[in-house]
Design a binder for this molecule. Structure first.
Ligand code: SF4
Ligand code: FES
Length: 578
């Protein structure tokens, strides 16, 4: 490891690192547009240029300006021992001003209606390095808006031709849908005729675009980004363990973004996960508990529904439990504990683990880890399996449950899949059983069940998932439980409470755990109607302590990979009360 000096700060570097990488890692700001660590380095936007001096071995190691004092791109110049780099010299500052002026000549300056406003480096660098006024008095070149594919719009006149999107499609996705068409001020990004931007990683170009040229159709005009809060999450739909941000406001999820983790997903996420959260606010959500009375499903209070569920589990015959691989490990633990407290001979099975095709590998630049799209469409099959095996003799996978189901008096089914998961085979297998259904979305099982307990999605709870490589990662609760739903963990705690003769105590609406979305000047995300009866609060940390008492689950205490704390993205505008 050597040292270089960037803008007066001494920074350490690894052999082979570019100066810009060293600056980024050391929090020294150098403006940059075309550079991205995951892509090739064209050094074409020219805003990162710096004056660089280096020791000359042929002159007793004296510092000399490289290239006779010409500015050099820090994104493509290797750091070397003793270098002195400045982006604050007169020539470097003049270059920054010139590049900014050039980039903005034909830019429409439509920040007030641009989705990127607030997270746009053209805005930020214009403020920090630009002139503050335009000297351009001619007519601007107007370029079209284009529909590039199922998820992406291109507003061509905002594009600064950094080519990040083109390089991503070429180098990572490997699908090469994008190109630059035309020359000079007529040049614009485009797709080839009849070939839309439609690959499993396509929407990463939206994140890569440093300006508001590539926009997410799904997020378009839905929220100003400075109102969004971020909660660290983990891929809730596949076994990848990819790190994500859940971005939300006032109790609603607005978008998912990749969270950089070089040991997991590097910089990317799949479109499948990016847009897979829609079921959180689906009209098909189960909104409240229900129970069967005189052959009809009727709405019920939580207490009444729980009591009926406990009666059903206490009735003659063994209880069969399907623990969904969509549940967190902590919830699986709590659920097994709850059911065993009611029926000590209950049998446990891992729920259906959907698989779609095969894993697909996408290569990253340099020595960065490959990005893999996982075929297994459940986030925690291994975690649930591990918990069941550690607590009870696992009675089998979902296939075994389908074979054994006819022998149970009552079955407890957990789902929480993002779409309808009920097959004819399952419906037939449980047709003669009493059913306690703990699920998120409406399905044909609702009409077959004796009791329905609505559960919360990944965004409404915290816990941990174990990915396909056995990495256990924690994620946080982003929004309050929607409607009257509760997490499967809370449902399990309530069952234990009532099953042991206790009562559910009411909590006031302002109970801390429900307020997860408050910020000055904004309405809290907690619903005024949140007043759910519940027993002891399901607390992930407390459950992990319990898990730690079992030797094979002792890793859940202290060694779980924890995500960063939630991030409030503070507005830099003064909040005005009208
Ligand atoms: S659309 Fe965005 S990412 Fe693509 S070249 Fe233009 S500015 Fe760069
Ligand atoms: S970031 Fe270095 S030239 Fe674009």
């Amino acid at each position: 490891m050597g040292t270089i000096t960037i803008n007066g700060l001494v920074c350490e570097f690894e052999a082979g690192e570019k100066i810009l990488d060293v600056a980024n890692r050391s929090s020294v700001e150098i403006p940059q547009y075309c550079y991205h660590k995951g892509l090739s380095v064209p050094a074409q936007c020219r805003i990162c240029l710096a004056q660089i001096s280096a020791p000359n071995p042929r002159n007793d190691g004296k510092l000399e300006l490289m290239m006779g004092g010409k500015l050099l791109p820090t994104c493509s110049t290797d750091a070397a021992e003793g270098m002195v780099v400045t982006t604050e010299s007169d020539s470097a500052v003049a270059n920054q001003k010139a590049v900014m002026e050039f980039l903005l000549i034909n830019h429409p300056l439509d920040c007030p209606v641009c989705d990127q406003a607030g997270e746009c480096t053209l805005q930020d660098f214009s403020f920090a390095y630009g002139r503050g006024h335009s000297r351009f008095t001619d007519q601007k070149v107007k370029q079209p808006k284009k529909d590039l594919g199922p998820n992406v719009y291109l507003y061509s006149d905002r594009c600064i031709l950094c080519t990040r999107c083109v390089r991503f499609a070429d180098e990572v996705a490997g699908t090469t849908e994008l190109m630059i068409d035309g020359r000079g001020n007529q040049a614009q990004i485009d797709v080839f005729p009849g070939v839309p931007l439609d690959n499993p990683l396509a929407s990463n170009v939206i994140d890569l675009c440093p300006v508001g040229a590539l926009l997410d159709k799904d997020f378009l005009f839905s929220q100003r980004v400075w109102f969004l809060k971020r909660t660290a999450g983990v891929d809730p739909l596949t076994s990848s363990g990819d790190n994500i941000w859940v971005e939300h406001n006032q109790g609603l999820v607005y978008r998912l973004k990749p969270r950089e983790n070089m040991g997991m997903n590097t910089w990317w996420m799949t479109d499948e996960v990016r847009y897979g959260w829609k079921f959180v606010h689906s009209e098909d959500r189960l909104v409240g508990p229900m129970r069967r009375e005189h052959g009809m499903m009727v709405e019920a209070s939580w207490s009444r529904a729980y009591k009926q569920a406990i009666e059903m589990m206490n009735a003659e015959g063994t209880v069969g439990v399907v623990v969904s691989p969509m549940l967190t490990s902590e919830e699986a633990f709590a659920l097994v504990t709850a059911v065993r407290s009611i029926d000590g001979s209950a049998k446990f099975y891992v729920g259906a683990v959907p698989v779609d095709g095969e894993d697909r590998v996408f290569s990253n630049a340099g020595d960065a880890k490959d990005f893999v799209l996982r075929a297994e469409k459940a986030p925690n099959a291994r975690g649930v399996r591990r918990v069941l095996e550690s607590m009870v003799a696992l009675d089998g996978e979902f296939g075994s449950f389908l074979r054994d189901a006819g022998g149970f008096g009552c079955v407890v089914l957990t789902g929480n899949y993002p779409s309808n998961w009920v097959t004819d085979q399952l419906a037939k297998a449980v047709a003669e059983c009493e059913i306690v259904l703990i699920d998120t979305l409406d399905s044909s099982l609702v009409e077959m069940a004796g009791v329905v307990l609505p559960s919360s999605t990944f965004a409404e709870k915290s816990g941990s998932f174990e990915n396909c490589d056995g990495v256990v990662q924690h994620f946080g609760q982003a929004i309050p439980g929607q409607h009257a739903s509760k997490s499967e963990g809370q449902i399990a705690m309530d069952l234990v409470e009532l099953g042991s003769g206790g009562e559910l105590t009411r909590r006031p609406p302002a109970f801390g755990a429900q307020i997860v979305d408050a910020q000055p000047g904004q309405v809290s995300g907690a619903s005024e109607s949140v007043n759910l009866e519940r027993g002891e609060l399901f607390d992930v940390d407390a459950v992990r302590v319990e898990m730690g008492r079992i030797e094979s689950l002792s890793g859940y205490v202290g060694s779980i990979v924890c995500a960063p704390e939630d991030q409030l993205v503070e507005s830099d505008m003064e909040m005005v009360t009208l």
